[in-house]
Design a protein around this ligand. Structure first.
Ligand SMILES: [Zn+2]
Length: 238
């Protein structure tokens, strides 16, 4: 591959040798790529601004004996505020880690790319709790990965659960269970189920609208990550 231009988000950086850094980048054109940014840890190096976690930019890459090297890069969005807030940093780390687990080398996934880009934008600059954008990302991410849970009806008998006072949730069965069918499963509030449904259906560009009541946020944080841990063979949560 000759020099090629790619647009990507730096998911992870690993220091290497004296002044290099290896970057795991989610690109729009080629999915996950690993590139070496040679010399980027030297003071005032031209690649140092780009070779930083969460940065979105345009990079020019060349292939050196099968290994990709960064020859130049332009920062398009640094998401700088993420590095100044603990809550933002935690949420940004969660969404990038989740994206990295499912992104595939050399396979473009525009939906995943745009979802991550929008989530980082709202985590960095949104007006609501960054956790809300993180949970909305996870709801959409699970759906994108083919793991959308059933949230409107009972997975066992098919009865509509939206009007029911008590609803339960089963990771194994993949969704909500009515009281009559699932007394042993953990109960969930109608508000949390409704919020999950809405977040899952939201357009990625609308993540900034998500604003959860505190009690629902806490409930969904546990519910969604428990489910994610169950459906993936890996642990999404730190
Ligand atoms: Zn049922």
């Amino acid at each position: 591959m000759p020099n090629e231009i790619m647009n990507g988000i730096v998911l992870r950086v690993t220091d290497y040798r004296e002044s290099d850094r290896i970057l795991n980048v989610l690109t729009r054109e080629h999915g996950l790529v690993t590139v070496t940014a040679r010399g980027c840890r030297k003071p005032n190096h031209k690649l140092s601004a780009f070779a930083t976690q969460f940065v979105y930019g345009e990079m020019e890459v060349n292939d050196r004996f099968g290994k990709l090297q960064l020859s130049s890069a332009a920062v398009l969005e640094s998401f700088y505020s993420i590095r100044e807030s603990y809550e933002q940093l935690v949420s940004a780390t969660q969404v990038t880690r989740a994206a990295e687990r499912v992104a595939e080398n050399d396979i473009a996934n525009d939906e995943l790319f745009l979802l991550l880009y929008n989530a980082l934008t709202v985590i960095a600059y949104g007006e609501n709790d960054p956790k809300d954008a993180e949970l909305a990302f996870m709801a959409k991410f699970l759906r994108l990965c083919g793991y959308a849970p059933t949230l409107t009806s009972c997975v066992k008998c098919g009865k509509d659960v939206r009007e029911q006072k008590t609803v339960r949730f089963s990771n194994r069965l993949g969704g909500s269970v009515c009281e009559a069918c699932g007394g042993a499963f953990k109960s969930v509030s109608a508000l949390a189920l409704e919020a999950w449904r809405r977040m899952m259906m939201l357009d990625a560009s609308e993540l900034r609208r998500v604003r959860l009541p505190e009690v629902v946020r806490a409930e969904l944080d546990s519910l969604i990550y428990n489910y994610a841990e169950y459906v993936f063979e890996f642990t999404v949560k730190r």
